[in-house]
Each structure stands twice: as structure tokens, then as C-alpha cells.
Design a protein around this ligand. Structure first.
Ligand SMILES: [Zn+2]
Length: 885
């Protein structure tokens, strides 16, 4: 799992270390509520889209964390990560657990029901990491069993040899010490595999809730319970969780009892009576507001911090509608007892599909206005984790090498939901972003989707397992047709429910349904690497009355097919815009396909369903691109046409098409059109004004406002003011505010007073930039007011602008005081990484300022502070970034 913070850090480092300050600040204001939701959709995924591409250029983490590949010995077998070999089968897990907040420990007894898998055995080896083991015995028999423990594996010696017909129950009493590891460190991944997390355990941070939560994937739940910590294991579960009575608990399955204890604590009894994998076990403890709904008779619960209770249903948008939709489209009702979703603090990933208890990071917790800006991220993440309840939880990858059987499906659920809820255009735009994310990451080297040769299992959480996995499923759907595709998924689920799978089981399910061999598809897309790279050209011969498409496959690379087997649709358009569809199959490195065509076609549209995952060079004329925009039906047709036109010299025709695209039915196209020069043409401005006033999509309104702002024309002042209302999305207000600032700084300063009162962090980037740009003593109050609590993305621009203001004020004492405050935050390891990074960066920036001034004494003093911070910092990734300062 990757942390949201590090993804953000990469972005911010790009903004603050690479961009000019002005652009950086503007981008940062938007980064708080990105238009491209994929940036927030961490889930272990890389960012996608153009901005992300820029950002990833600065992704030092990627470079630093890559370990040199061990040289391959041709005389040895290559690395092969097989599925786990079973000695015993875990049938049931009972955990009785309580917590020591002060020591960040858990005291527990876990009782495991086991039996030999096949061969008789007199011992059991369990994953049990970093425990103090108190006792090991059969349940109900206090006589101790002998055991060996090496701090990772617990080997229990039984009283005799057991056969596979004989079950036995072992009770292990222990203390879990997730914060007392001596093997923590080395990479971002390792620091976040504690399994059990205590948040603000001593309550020292005001306004921050005290919480406990778990994160099992990949193999970390064995830091708080002994188990067989492998994805192909599966058992039922009971949890007795004892907490102070003020706390709520959440775990898998149903809450069957809640008992108050004599010491003022309470024990909640949760039971999951359907088997699932140990990595999907979860617990969460804290003071949550719980909003309850029902769907088909089961509980649908939302756990949020009390402040967000009014927005809980919107934070987890359309949960019930999604349960209904996925149950219907799969023809397989949601298989579990309840559906609960919870948001926790300092979460180490984007979200996690723990069976019936999904944990999300704080990025989901938004108010109404924040959701106006970005509700799609929430929807996609909710869909992703929910779909895992079929693909991942009900049917589980047998090993991390097959991870795409979990993540490819979850990724594709985002497409399914978008298509169902918002239509094909929105879904196809999403798919394009997913494809681009994969293609970008493939530039750094690829691997087969099913990847037994990985170096570290955490590396499997990449744009192959997620993005490419989803894209490949989409191609399979396109090839088989909807009816066969969803029938195949249904067969796969029914045949493999409550068990683990490898990709052959998926292939066999589709083969059974569609009645045809699919080895060729699985071999090239699941077991081969890479994707086709195509050069496409078109022709028409008047003499033979044939149209033609010539396709050259030019892909190269280890494990990449020299020739992909590609079934595709080709549409041939007549002058009226009517298309005739031809189905072709490419099976040669270079191949020309001919079609009967009495008159010259106006357009030949290759891959007319636009589902192929490929890189392509398409040789269309300007007239053909224009025709494509006007007549081909899909989002991808229209966006590729606009991009094709943009590659060429502007003409009357391309300007006309771009003008039409400003009124396209889909906002993604309107946004693309807005980026063309024609959008600034005076003849278009009335339309742009209307878009700024009333486009339903905040992203379009923002672009329209920016365009108007560039004119510097006073007549648009009212458009800006009208967009600053309290019912507008934050980023629209932000854009309008910037536009006003360009036009009339005094008016903007006046308007900023009302923005200050918003209780979200949304305006902190904007306001802090404004105040830093107008150094005035009275602006210090704003920074002081927000210093203690500004966190997350906002922390970066906040600290940056704070130091700029302090420098701008030119008061040495005030600057020294500010540095002292930054230093205290940097050294406080209990405060978030976002704040520590922001504060340390601010000190380094002040030092750079003095360096430019030639003030050696100050430079030395500030250098000493930075070095001291670096020495005391425990987070390896932060240390790496500090080295850049
Ligand atoms: Zn996932």
C-alpha cells in the first residue's frame, strides 16, 4: 500500500521545487480540489493525466525506492512467487482483545480452530509478528504446549500427530506491540505495515480524535493476531473487542452483543460467519457518528467524525444504489451480512476493502461544497471498495502475483459505475485516464499482468494490476459482448465463491459461457507484457472501389508479443455520416484490410469501439478529423478528433469545430475545447460568459472564468462576483477570487474577509497567497489563527506563504519567532507529515532567502536547524526530501 501523503508530497515537491512561485501557488490552490479526481484515487495507484505526468518527473520516491535487480543467474530457476503451501487449514479465528493506549499495545487471546490441510502433522506454524507470547495451549486445557518463536513465526508442537479429519483449537495469549518494531524503516512501504495503529494515543493533540484501526493488506494483520497470513487462507471469525464505553467499535460481520464490564469498559462481540481471508479482518475504535440506512434488509452504516454527520450519505455517495446496481449487473446479490464504511485519521492508504467494514482515508471527508468540486472521487472509491466484496473478498486472489484478479476488477467497477450513472462519455473519459496512467508507468518498464517474478509483493500494487487490469477486462467485454461478459463474471463468482482463484479460473468461466477458446487473449494480455504500438494509415482505390486500412505493429520489448492478435471494429462513413461496420482481426506485424466502397469514404474509423489498449499514430487529414468530431459517436472519437486538429495549423475548419465543441454535450469535451486559442476569440466570449455563469461542471466554469480574467476587462466583474456565492464550489470561488484579484486587488482583499470565515481549509491556499503578496502586519493574524490546525494539502501553501509574509514584513524579531514556531512543528513527531514537511520547507526557504542576501550568519543558524530536524526525523521518506532542501 502506498500512502496518500507521499503521493501528495510528490505533487507538492513538483509545485514548490520546480515551478515558478506564481504558478505554483495557483496550482496548489487547485490541488486542494483537483479537477482530475484520479490524483486522489490513491488505492495504491499512481496518478494519471497530464499534471500527474509532470509530477511524476519529480517522483524521487520511485527512483530512490527501486532496489537494484538481483542479477539473473541463467543456471538457476528465476524468481517465482508461488501461492502459499498449506500445512494446516485455518477454519475459525476468535480474537479477544483490549488496548493499552499509553503503551500503544494490545493484549489479546486468539483461539484458532485448525486441522491439517492434507498430510498428517504434529506441529503448526503461524504468522505472529512482534508479540510477547504469554501462553500457548489447547482451548480449555491449561497445560502449556511447547513452541518456538522467532518474532515472526510461531511454531506450536502438538501433543501428537493429527490427521486431516481431526480439528483442534489452540489458544494463544499475547501482547501485540505494533509500535515497538526494530525492523521498521527502509522504505515508505515498510513504515506503514504496522497492522495495528494507535492515533493520537495520548490525546495530546487537541482537535484530533483518539482512534485505533487496522490495515491488513498485504500480510500485516499478523501484527495483532496470530494467523495464516496469506490471501489463499480463509476462515470465519469472532471478535470480542473491549474498549472504554465512550468509544464505538467496528469489525467484520454483525455486532451480536455489547456487554458493559464492571471496570467501566464495554466488550463488543462481532461475528463473521462466512469465511474470508485474514488480510480482510478489520477493527476500528473511536468516537464516530454512525449514520444508518438499510438496503434489501441489511444494515448500511456510515462512520464519520461527528462534525461530518450531516454529510455522511454524500461522503459515501449512492452506496445503496451501487449495492443494487452491482448485485443486478452481476446477477449475484451482495453476499455479506452488512455494509459499513468508516473514515479514519492518518490512514496509510486510500481505502481498504475489509469485508463488510471498508476503511477510508480522511480525503473522503468533505462537506457539501467540497463535494460539489469533487464528488466523483468519492463515488469511484466507494464503487471500487464495494466491488471488491465480490472480486477480492468473495473470490480472492490466491497470491499477490495474481493481484489483478482483485484490483483489475475493482478498477473496472469505476468504469461500470460511471457508465451506469453518468453515461458512456463520462465512463470513457475515465477509461482514457486509466489507460494513460498505465501507459505512463509502462514507460518505466512493464511486467506481465500476472507477475510471479516480482521482487517485493508491495510492488504489485501498481498501474498494471489496477489500470491495465481494468482496461483488459474492458477489452474482453468488448470482444465477448455484454451478455456473455456478465454471464462469464457470474459463472466465475458462482464457481469460485468463498475460495481463492488464479487467472485460469477466470478464463475457464468465460470459455464455458462463450463456448470458445480464450487462451490467446489471456496469454497476450494476462501472461504477456506490454501493449500494441500501432501505425495506422488509410486508403481508397477508385479503380478497385476498395477502401483500406494498413496497420503496422511496432511494439518491442522483453515478454511483449511481436504480433498481438487484435479483433477490432472498423467503421466506414459515407458523406451523409452513415457508418458501415466491419469486424477485422489483425494477426500480422503489418497488415492491410480492404473493404468494398464504391465512393471515397469521408472517414475510416479504426477501433470504432475505442476499447483497445494501445499507443497509436492515426494518419487522418484535417477534414477527416473534423468529420470524426461531427459524426463519430463516442467521447474518444471526439477527443481524438480535437487533439488531431490541435496538432495541425489552425484553420477556418478547425476553429469551427472547436467552437462547436465549446457546446458539446459532455463537459470533458467542453474543457478540451476551452484550451484552444479560439476560446479567447472575441466572437466566442459571449458563450464563455454563459459557461462561466451557468455550466453545470465546476471545472468548465473555472476555465471560463480564467479565460475572461485574461481579457482584463472590467465588464466581467459581475461574473466573478456572482461566482463567489456561498452555494458555489470552492474551486469556482477560488477562480473567481483570483480573477477579481487581477482586476481589483482592493476589492479582492475586501472579499477575502468573508472567505476567512469558512470552516474548511479550502481557502487557505488562496488567502495565504493573497496575504503573502501584500505584506502587512494585519495579515499575520490569519496565519497565527490557522497555524495550529492547518493540515493536509493546505499545509504546503500555508507554510510557504507564511514564511514569504514574514520575510516581506522585514521585522527580524517577528521572523525569528516564526522560525521558532516552524521549528517546533518540524520537531513534533506527533504532528502530521504534511505539517512537518511544510514547516521544515519554510525554514529552508528562509535560509535560501538569506543565502541570496549573503547573510552567512543567518544561513549557518538556519542550516543548523534543518540539520537538527533531519537528524531527529524518523520518517525515512521525509528525510530523503529534506536532503533536497
Ligand atoms: Zn482495490
Amino acid at each position: 500500500m502506498r500512502s496518500l501523503f507521499y503521493t501528495a508530497l510528490v505533487a507538492v515537491c513538483t509545485l514548490y521545487l520546480a515551478c515558478s512561485p506564481k504558478n505554483a501557488n495557483r496550482s496548489a490552490a487547485h490541488a486542494n480540489h483537483p479537477n482530475n479526481p484520479a490524483q486522489w484515487d490513491t488505492l495504491g495507484k499512481p496518478m494519471v493525466g497530464e499534471e500527474a505526468e509532470e509530477m511524476l518527473d519529480y517522483n524521487l520516491l520511485e527512483e530512490i525506492s527501486v532496489e537494484p535487480r538481483t542479477s539473473i543467474n541463467p543456471d538457476s530457476l528465476q524468481p517465482y512467487h508461488a501461492s502459499h503451501t498449506f500445512e494446516v487449514d485455518l477454519i475459525h479465528t476468535k480474537v479477544e482483545i483490549s488496548f493499552d493506549w499509553a503503551k500503544k499495545r494490545a493484549n489479546a487471546t486468539t483461539t484458532l480452530t485448525l486441522k491439517p490441510w492434507f498430510y498428517a502433522t504434529d506441529r503448526v506454524t503461524l504468522d505472529a509478528q512482534n508479540f510477547d507470547i504469554k501462553s500457548v495451549n489447547f482451548e480449555g486445557n491449561t497445560a502449556p504446549l511447547k513452541y518456538d518463536y522467532d518474532n515472526k513465526k510461531l511454531t506450536v508442537y502438538l501433543d501428537k500427530s493429527y490427521s486431516r479429519q481431526e480439528e483442534f483449537k489452540i489458544a494463544i495469549q499475547y501482547t501485540a506491540k505494533p509500535d515497538e518494531r526494530d525492523d521498521v524503516g527502509g522504505s515508505a512501504a515498510i513504515t506503514s505495515d504496522k497492522g495495528l495503529y494507535f492515533i493520537n494515543a495520548d490525546g495530546a493533540i487537541a482537535d484530533k480524535p483518539m482512534q485505533i484501526w487496522t490495515q491488513g493488506e498485504t500480510e500485516s494483520n499478523s501484527f495483532w493476531m496470530p494467523t495464516v497470513d496469506k490471501p489463499n487462507e480463509r476462515c470465519t471469525q469472532e471478535m470480542y473487542i473491549t474498549v472504554e464505553d465512550k468509544y464505538k467499535t467496528l469489525s467484520n460481520g454483525l455486532l451480536l452483543a455489547s456487554k458493559k464490564n464492571a471496570d467501566g469498559t464495554r466488550t463488543d462481540y462481532w461475528k463473521m460467519d462466512k469465511p474470508h481471508a485474514p488480510y480482510l479482518f478489520m477493527m476500528a475504535v473511536g468516537e464516530f457518528a454512525v449514520v444508518k440506512e438499510k438496503w434489501r434488509g441489511i444494515d448500511v452504516d456510515y462512520y464519520v467524525e461527528p462534525k461530518f454527520e450531516p454529510y455522511a450519505r454524500d461522503i459515501f455517495p449512492f452506496t445503496r444504489e451501487m449495492l443494487e446496481y452491482f448485485s443486478t449487473v452481476l446477477n449475484y446479490p451482495y453476499p455479506w451480512q452488512k455494509y459499513a464504511q468508516i473514515i479514519v485519521r492518518d490512514y496509510v492508504s486510500g481505502a481498504m476493502e475489509n469485508t463488510t467494514g471498508v476503511i477510508f482515508g480522511e480525503f473522503m471527508q468533505k462537506n457539501k461544497r467540497e463535494l460539489l468540486d469533487d464528488h466523483l472521487t468519492n463515488e469511484k472509491v466507494v464503487a471500487h471498495e464495494m466491488f471488491h466484496h465480490w472480486f477480492g473478498d468473495l473470490v480472492t486472489t490466491e497470491s499477490w502475483a495474481n493481484l489483478t484478479l482483485n484490483e483489475g476488477f475493482a478498477n473496472y467497477s469505476e468504469y461500470l459505475w460511471m457508465e451506469h450513472k453518468y453515461g458512456r462519455d463520462a465512463a470513457d473519459e475515465h477509461l482514457m485516464n486509466e489507460q494513460n496512467g498505465y501507459k505512463y508507468s509502462a514507460e518505466e518498464g512493464g511486467h506481465p499482468l500476472i507477475h510471479f517474478g516480482y521482487e517485493n509483493r508491495e510492488d504489485m500494487f501498481d498501474a498494471h494490476s489496477y489500470n491495465k487490469g481494468g482496461c483488459v477486462l474492458h477489452m474482453l467485454r468488448d470482444y465477448l459482448g455484454d451478455e456473455a461478459f456478465f454471464a462469464g463474471l457470474n459463472r466465475y463468482l458462482k464457481k469460485n465463491e468463498y475460495s481463492d482463484v488464479e487467472s485460469h479460473e477466470l478464463r475457464l468461466a468465460f470459455e464455458d459461457v462463450a463456448g470458445q477458446d480464450l487462451n490467446w487473449f489471456f496469454n497476450q494480455w494476462f501472461f504477456g507484457a506490454g501493449h500494441p504500438v500501432l501505425e495506422i494509415s488509410y486508403g481508397w482505390n477508385a479503380a478497385t472501389q476498395k477502401a483500406s486500412v494498413t496497420v503496422a505493429q511496432t511494439q518491442e520489448g522483453e515478454g511483449v508479443a511481436r504480433v498481438f492478435n487484435l479483433p477490432l471494429a472498423v467503421d466506414i462513413y459515407d458523406v451523409m455520416g452513415n457508418a458501415t461496420r466491419h469486424n477485422i482481426r489483425l494477426t500480422n506485424r503489418t497488415q492491410t484490410c480492404y473493404f468494398d466502397c464504391a465512393v471515397q469514404p469521408n472517414l475510416i474509423n479504426f477501433d470504432a469501439t475505442k476499447s483497445l489498449l494501445c499507443e497509436k499514430t492515426d494518419q487522418h487529414t484535417q477534414a477527416e478529423w473534423a468529420f470524426m468530431y461531427r459524426h463519430a459517436p463516442l467521447f474518444r472519437d471526439r477527443i481524438e478528433a480535437l487533439e488531431g486538429l490541435q496538432m495541425e495549423e489552425p484553420s477556418v475548419l478547425s476553429d469551427a469545430v472547436y467552437k462547436e465543441a465549446l457546446s458539446d454535450k459532455f463537459y470533458g469535451i467542453r474543457q478540451q475545447a476551452m484550451s484552444a486559442d479560439i476560446a479567447s476569440d472575441p466572437s466566442v466570449l459571449p458563450l464563455v460568459v454563459r459557461m462561466a455563469q451557468s455550466d453545470t461542471e465546476p471545472g468548465v466554469r473555472i476555465q471560463a472564468i480564467n479565460l475572461l480574467s485574461r481579457t482584463g476587462d472590467e465588464q466581467y466583474r459581475s461574473v466573478y462576483e456572482q461566482n463567489m456565492g456561498e452555494d458555489q464550489s470552492y474551486s469556482v470561488v477560488g477562480a473567481a477570487f483570483y480573477a477579481l484579484l487581477e482586476l481589483d486587488p482592493a476589492a479582492a482583499l475586501e472579499a477575502s474577509k468573508s472567505l476567512q470565515n469558512d470552516d474548511s481549509d479550502a481557502f487557505i491556499p488562496i488567502l495565504s497567497e493573497l496575504y503573502a503578496s501584500m505584506p502587512d502586519l494585519k495579515h499575520i493574524a490569519f496565519f497565527e489563527q490557522h497555524l495550529a490546525k492547518t493540515d493536509g494539502y493546505s499545509a504546503f501553501p500555508f507554510f510557504d506563504n507564511y514564511q514569504k509574509l514574514l520575510i516581506g514584513l522585514g521585522d527580524e524579531k517577528m521572523l525569528d519567532d516564526g522560525i521558532a514556531r516552524f521549528n517546533a512543528i518540524s520537531l513534533n513527531l506527533e504532528t502530521s507529515e504534511w505539517r512537518r514537511f511544510g514547516a521544515t520547507k519554510a525554514i529552508a526557504d528562509v535560509r535560501n532567502h538569506f543565502q541570496e542576501k549573503g547573510n552567512t550568519q543567518k544561513v549557518n543558524a538556519l542550516n543548523a536547524l534543518v540539520e537538527n530536524i533531519k537528524a531527529k526525523e524518523t520518517d525515512p521518506t521525509l528525510k530523503l526530501y529534506y536532503d533536497m532542501f
